[in-house]
Write a protein that binds this ligand. Structure first.
Ligand SMILES: [Zn+2]
Length: 72
């Protein structure tokens, strides 16, 4: 079965602090779990069933350190 969804890849998210758009490059078929500017704010992976939890940190254009937690 061919994946036709647009999950993963180049994804635009919003900075939780200033709502500015932020482009992150995620692995294909990954699913964003949460966005935070506090890296210690790790989601409960056991609750949301993440198989391979990862995270990537990117500064938004205003310099907020946005951490994207995702499952891949
Ligand atoms: Zn920001």
């Amino acid at each position: 079965m061919e994946a036709s969804g647009e999950r993963g890849g180049i994804t635009t998210v919003e900075c939780p602090v200033c709502q500015s758009d932020l482009t992150v490059s995620l692995p294909r078929e990954s699913e964003i779990l949460t966005l935070t500017t506090n890296p210690e704010d790790v989601p409960d992976y056991s609750e949301n069933g993440a198989a391979r939890p990862r995270n990537i940190q990117m500064p938004c254009k205003d310099g907020h350190p946005v951490t994207v937690f995702f499952d891949w």
